[in-house]
Design a protein around this ligand. Structure first.
Ligand code: C2E
Ligand code: MG
Ligand code: MG
Length: 289
């Protein structure tokens, strides 16, 4: 085998070991090579996904305890020409490693602002809030706030109806900078939500420092409600933590009437999940008469 081929294979094994959470040693095999090829092909396709109109935003309804619609979460969908629909859980991490997330994130932001402008033209939808997911890679950029400001100006979207969902992994970075970004965005009128709350890093210590408007209780804690006991205690604690900090508390992944009822008893005010509606590219079906 030629020297450079050996080095190339060693490099593939090294990258695989780095990505893996449970091993630091990794030997090259052919399967690894095809996985690398697949990632490469996928990341190249992702680079063109916007121009090729393969991305769309699915909207999932959010409701209050009377099941009245209060807004939507925008969830990214990628329709790959050969592979079909690819889950954001698979392609967002890839886009984050290649940097494609910046262009994609801009696209999501722009489409969301345009959607808000459209909703503003009808009395049935002008009060609705739109939550979108922001990757830590996007949020840590120095030019993120001016970009948002520019886009709000250009589209004329009402910032008071725009909400950013951030994840706890964001707090692993320079916390002072993150807090100042959040404050600047709130000055523009955009509100801040902490997504997947309870699953991430030990951000409890930071929680009081963060200028948040909403806590989003992760689906795992909603599922725990079916078992009672310890799981339920934890869910209750997370909800009362949010309420004691004067934050809106929303639960995600609500699938059953039983979960919905129990969450209300525990003090949760807002809800999202299949029980109220699946993500749909046609959000208007949720507020048409
Ligand atoms: P997330 O922000 O926590 O979104 C909630 C996920 O739970 C969505 O998965 C949604 O379809 C799913 N879900 C909602 N209700 C239920 C339910 O009742 N039961 C179950 N089993 N699942 C439910 P999805 O759409 O596959 O998105 C996965 C993740 O991808 C999101 O998690 C978010 O972290 C990320 N993501 C999606 N869109 C974007 C985006 O535009 N930008 C970034 N950076 N990340 C995104
Ligand atoms: Mg989210
Ligand atoms: Mg979530």
């Amino acid at each position: 085998m030629a020297g450079d081929e050996l080095l190339r294979q060693a490099d593939i094994a090294l990258k695989t070991a780095k990505r893996s959470s449970d091993t630091a040693i990794s030997f090259f095999d052919r399967k690894m090579e095809s996985a690398v090829k697949q990632r490469l092909q996928l990341s190249q396709a992702l680079n063109h996904a916007i121009e090729r109109h393969e991305l769309s935003l699915a909207m999932q309804p959010q409701v209050n305890k009377y099941q009245q619609l209060i807004g939507f979460e925008a969830l990214l969908r990628w329709q790959h020409p050969e592979l079909g629909e690819i889950s954001p859980a698979d392609f967002i991490p890839l886009a984050e490693t290649t940097g494609a997330i910046l262009k994609i994130g801009d696209w999501v932001l722009e489409k969301s602002c345009e959607t808000l402008v459209r909703w503003a033209t009808s009395s049935r939808s002008k009060h609705l809030k739109l939550s979108l997911n922001v990757s830590p890679i996007q949020f840590r950029r120095r030019d993120f706030v001016p970009r948002v400001e520019q886009l709000l100006k250009r589209t004329g979207a009402n910032p008071n109806n725009l909400r950013f969902e951030l994840t706890e992994s964001l707090m692993a970075g320079d916390i002072n900078f993150i807090v100042s970004q959040m404050n600047s965005l709130r000055e523009l009128g955009v509100s801040m939500s902490l997504d997947d709350f309870g699953t991430g890093y030990a951000s409890l210590a930071y929680l009081t420092q963060l200028p948040l408007d909403e806590l989003k209780i992760d689906r795992a804690f909603v599922q725990d409600l079916d078992q009672h006991g310890k799981g339920e205690l934890l869910t209750e604690t997370l909800i009362s933590l949010g309420r004691s900090m004067n934050l809106a508390v929303i639960a995600e992944g609500v699938e059953t009437e039983k979960q919905f009822a129990r969450l209300q008893e525990l003090g949760c005010e807002f809800f999202q999940g299949y029980l109220f509606g699946r993500p749909s590219v046609d959000a208007e079906r949720y507020f048409k008469d």
